[in-house]
Design a protein around this ligand. Sequence first.
Ligand code: BMP
Length: 226
Amino acid sequence: MIIVALDPPFGHLGDLNFIDIVEKTKHRVQGYKIGLSLLLEHGLKSIIMVKEKSKLKTIVDFKLADIGDIEILVAERVFYVGADSIIAHGFVGIEDALEKLAKYIHAHGKELILVVSMSHRGSIKYIDKHFEELVYDALEIKAHGLVVPATRPWLIRKAREIVGNKVKIYSPGVGFQGVKPGLALCSGADYEIVGRVITRAIDPSQAVDELSKAQLEEVIKCRGLQ
Ligand code: BMP
């Protein structure tokens, strides 16, 4: 279960190479995540192109952290061009912020994914101190998903314990940031977000194959299927 993070620069391909990467990986992954760097390089058309070429879940990740009214302005624009989901920070809180964004997103049949911890070490100092409260906030506003890092599997297990099957868990940190493919899935994540191991590979399609195989092997091992 892979979401590809399309962050430039890419591997050896040409200018519009993120589309080549989509073409080469779309049959084996569950969706794509588009961040600010891709949008600044190729504009809103990058969202349109990824959605049109892949027909898969297209997640826009600007890690919104603003008052609700302004977050909605961003959501409006990216949903208009075909995005399915948007990622926002949980730490801005519910009142006047996430409650407004969530209401807008639900009214438009789209998905809100909340960041409740991050994969880098700095997350421990502030964000992780409020991890459980952020997960409960996500439940309160009926978020579709959470970003919980693969680098801290115990947080994935905790989040899963709290949300049950109501909320999807997306885990970055696999590959380039050091976590073995499949470990986050074994801890309860639904998807592993993977960027550079795929986007900087000479052959992105082979990179995805290898990742899927490694995920499967790990999951078979941890679920005791062999
Ligand atoms: P990579 O596999 O190349 O390390 O990319 C990870 C992706 O996940 C990047 O797009 C990054 O913005 C994102 N991400 C992360 O690495 N850690 C987090 O805590 C949250 C993220 O969205």
